[in-house]
Design a protein around this ligand. Structure first.
Ligand code: ZN
Ligand code: ZN
Length: 178
């Protein structure tokens, strides 16, 4: 079992720099691992739904093995420092929401604050509101009859009786007119 210092160094190496945002993800991952008994996800045993696409997500990828490629890192973008974690084996889940921090801190002070506190002091533990998503599916490959490129079946639309990809398809939506 690697120690926290080494985990943090791995996060920093992957992310490219150290910052408060990375610390938020690092602390969230530590807390989720503790609450749900998580270890690095070799496949899709651990799922994270992240409500932001900021620095912290990188720590979650490194520490818990939730990644876009494996399909166990999903985004529900709300601009919130909130992360839902799911343990597929036990069915348990938790949503961690960063508490309000003291106002008026500089970037350096904020980083120091986030580093100095325990995860229990930084996050509210809430119930997840999004049900555990199904495991990533495999889809048949279909050739777009317009551009000729191969795409996944679930990304195909019918237009004038032809199977076309989303880039070739002309959207028809009379409600969301900007
Ligand atoms: Zn950063
Ligand atoms: Zn196409």
């Amino acid at each position: 079992m690697i120690n926290k210092k080494e985990l943090w160094e791995r996060c920093a190496a992957f992310h490219g720099h150290v910052c408060g945002g990375l610390t938020i993800g690092y602390q969230a991952a530590l807390y989720a691992a503790k609450l749900l008994g998580l270890t690095f996800s070799q496949d899709e045993e651990v799922v994270c739904i992240c409500e932001n696409d900021a620095c912290g997500v990188d720590a979650i990828q490194v520490m818990l093995g939730c990644s876009v490629g494996k399909g166990n890192l999903l985004f529900h973008l709300r601009g919130k420092q909130a992360f839902s974690f799911y343990n597929r084996k036990t069915g348990e889940s938790v949503r961690l929401v960063l508490r309000e921090r003291p106002a008026g801190m500089s970037r350096e002070e904020s980083f120091a604050y986030l580093q100095a506190h325990q995860p229990e002091e930084l996050f509210d533990v809430k119930k997840t509101v999004i049900a555990l998503p199904e495991a990533a599916r495999m889809f048949r490959s279909v050739k777009c009859e317009c551009c000729g490129e191969i795409t996944a079946e679930n990304m195909i639309r019918l237009e004038n009786g032809k199977s076309v990809c989303l880039d070739c398809c002309h959207a028809y939506n009379r409600f969301d007119v900007s």
